[in-house]
Design a binder for this molecule. Structure first.
Ligand code: A2P
Length: 321
């Protein structure tokens, strides 16, 4: 059964299974691959594609890109309690990497920081646990979680504009693999943001897909370096301005959906750019705004989201702090 909508052009999302495995009763998965997925080895970020086999568990065949999987690191926290479950976005396609729904993947950035006051090194528990696993190791997993950040039931009925920052690319990698496999003829644009270009994830894969699928456009936005095309530092939303002419037709089409995944804050920047570009034309298909708010787009604030600025069902978001 599918969710029905009344507005033409809005995506119709599938019903998907959730919580096939609860974190209180996790199952074991076996690591099948663990490799870096940054474009260059010369980067200070450690981001890995971690693949795992869930054969023989209720997770077989039920994990979709856009959903998350829970991972329980071994050991206890500072209070002596077992580590809590951490959620990671799946970066694998619907039928898994093996095509049989048994092998899935996540995209994990090692969390490494310095405590502000003590100046001691802080290592994120679960991200480093996962990145340290070797092929053959068993990990405890649960899930899947989430049902709102999915590709539509019939992918050919919509066009797609994906915006990702950092590991926010994970669900889009899986979704794109599904769209390419289905030979989807829709217009598909991916805008990927990274601090230096060396942190771009799955970059060679997206470049390759762009040569194979004429309906796929891949743009990057590098925030701490000049762009390869000569533009200064950019955030993903700035591509709506720099590449306006290229993107306007897709944005103006009522088939288009906007998917946003990554750092909280990026959604507001994207909405402001949409406001600047589409005000007076097709903005309403993405954002329903109070007239007062429309008078001063430059000063929009996050607190206004879902109040004065209300994203429609054509905008799908997964953002995190
Ligand atoms: P910066 O950190 O230079 O401000 P990562 O997760 O690998 O750190 O990448 C996140 C990317 O998103 C970086 O390029 C980061 O830029 C950028 N970014 C940070 N804040 C925003 C924002 N509000 N809108 C869009 N992009 C952002």
């Amino acid at each position: 059964m599918s969710v029905t909508t009344t507005v033409p052009g809005e995506p119709v999302l599938p019903d998907v299974k959730m919580h096939a495995v609860r974190p209180t009763e996790p199952v074991f998965a076996t690591i099948t691959k663990n490799e870096r997925c940054t474009v260059s080895k010369k980067t200070a970020s450690y981001i890995r594609q971690v693949e795992f086999d869930v054969s023989g568990t209720p997770l077989v065949g039920v994990c979709n890109p856009g959903q998350a999987i829970g991972v329980l690191a071994e050991g206890n926290d500072a209070t002596g309690k077992p580590h809590k479950v951490r959620l990671y976005s799946l970066s694998s396609p619907k039928d898994g990497i093996d095509g049989q729904g048994k092998v899935y993947s996540v995209t994990v950035k090692r969390s490494i920081d310095e405590h502000w006051d003590t100046k001691k090194l802080f290592m994120g528990v679960c991200s480093n646990y996962l990145c340290d696993r070797a092929v053959g190791d068993k990990i405890r997993v649960s899930g899947p979680n989430g049902k709102r950040f999915l590709l539509p039931v019939d992918p050919n009925k919509n066009d797609y504009m994906f915006f990702a920052t950092g590991t926010g690319i994970a669900p889009f990698r899986g979704m794109l693999l599904d769209l390419f496999k289905a030979k989807c003829t829709s217009k598909i644009t991916l805008v990927m943001g990274a601090p230096p270009a060396s942190d771009l994830l799955y970059h060679d894969f997206f470049l390759d897909m762009q040569t194979k699928f004429p309906n796929f456009t891949y743009l990057t936005a590098i925030s701490r370096e000049k762009q390869a095309d000569g533009h200064d530092q950019l955030y993903v939303q700035d591509r709506l301005r720099t590449n306006r002419d290229q993107l306007l037709a897709q944005l103006s089409n009522d088939r288009n959906c906007i998917y946003i995944c990554g750092l909280a804050g990026m959604e507001l920047g994207i909405f402001q750019q949409l406001g600047f570009i589409l005000q007076g034309s097709t903005l309403e298909q993405y954002l329903q705004c109070d007239p007062q708010a429309l008078r001063d787009i430059r000063h929009w604030k996050r607190e206004m989201l879902h109040k004065e600025i209300r994203p429609t069902k054509r905008v799908l978001m997964e953002v995190y702090a």
